[in-house]
Design a protein around this ligand. Structure first.
Ligand code: AMP
Length: 284
């Protein structure tokens, strides 16, 4: 496994690859969710590249950029075990050289959900993903449905910019008790870790109601808010039942919906989601 820390090194290693290249962008502090993407990339491509970059432009003021968990040695050891070919881990100056003033912005679907609650977040995400794609030049790139809106935004960017990198979306990997894996789970105290189960429990509740025939989206949102409201350590940022393609809030669920939420557990902000019903538009 080679480790590139500069754009020049990464480009040189890329030039030495022939055949398909699978790429997994991450912010590190890896868990099984990340590794599921790495395994899918390895299976479908001749070469696998993983980036580890805590991207400052996708964090807002007062968010957790400074204290975002980092453990490079452990990450590299996990990636070596997965037989990854190249890890790209540039310092911030390498990705944002002095004077960089070009940004990529996807309009519309970034106005809601995470975009509404984290102004500038998606501009940071799309800018860094576009730059990483330019540097790594992958055949396919792998993203988790854990960040369902991010996946939709990246797909839209690729369509709009007419790039032909295949975007592959993969299922959410969960802890045995249902908590979606996240690097940010490391912030949780034992009490908060227990309280964090309200996210998956609320989504399960929505799933049960949907399975029992409920199609009134507001009734599902209300049921999820009530369940979370009963947990003293939890505070709702948003609860949504939206069209999976447009991410606009639904009144009535016709065929499918993306139920998603962001909840603060103490100081830690967690997100989770589930798709209700069959969907041809849900990212696969
Ligand atoms: P991050 O390091 O949080 O930026 O995540 C890097 C990639 O891993 C993103 O595409 C995430 O959606 C994906 N990811 C994070 N957590 C999970 C999870 N629990 N299951 C599946 N994919 C995940």
């Amino acid at each position: 496994m080679r480790v590139a820390t500069t754009v020049a090194e990464m480009r040189a290693l890329r030039r030495g690859m022939s055949g398909d290249v699978g790429f997994v962008p991450t912010m590190g502090y890896l868990h099984e969710g990340h590794l599921s993407l790495v395994r899918a990339a390895r299976e479908a491509n001749a070469h696998t590249v993983v980036s580890i970059f805590v991207n400052p432009t996708q964090f807002g003021p007062g968010e957790d950029f400074e204290r975002y968990p980092r453990d490079t040695e452990r990450d590299l050891s996990l990636l070596r075990d997965e037989r990854v070919d190249v890890v790209f881990m540039p310092p911030v100056e390498e990705m944002y050289p002095d004077g960089a003033s070009t940004f990529v912005e996807v309009e519309g679907i970034t106005d809601v959900l995470e975009g509404a609650h984290r102004p500038g977040h998606f501009r940071g995400v799309t800018t860094v993903v576009a730059k990483l794609f330019n540097i790594v030049q992958p055949t396919r790139a792998y993203f988790g449905r854990k960040d369902a809106q991010q996946l939709a935004v990246v797909r839209k960017m690729m369509r709009d910019l007419q790039r032909d990198i295949e975007i592959v979306g993969l299922p959410i990997v969960r802890e045995p008790d249902g908590l979606a894996m996240s690097s940010r789970n490391a912030y949780l105290s034992p009490e908060e870790r227990a309280a964090a189960l309200v996210l998956s429990r609320a989504l399960n509740k929505a799933g049960e109601l949907f399975a029992a025939g409920a199609r009134d989206a507001e009734a599902l949102r209300r049921a999820m808010r009530e369940l979370i409201g009963a947990e003293p350590l939890a505070r709702v940022d948003y609860v949504s039942v939206a069209d999976p393609a447009t991410l606009q809030e639904l009144d009535r669920i016709e065929s499918s919906a993306l139920a998603s939420l962001a909840v603060r557990i103490g100081r830690t902000r967690l997100i989770d989601n589930v798709t209700l019903g069959e969907s041809t538009t849900t990212p696969s």
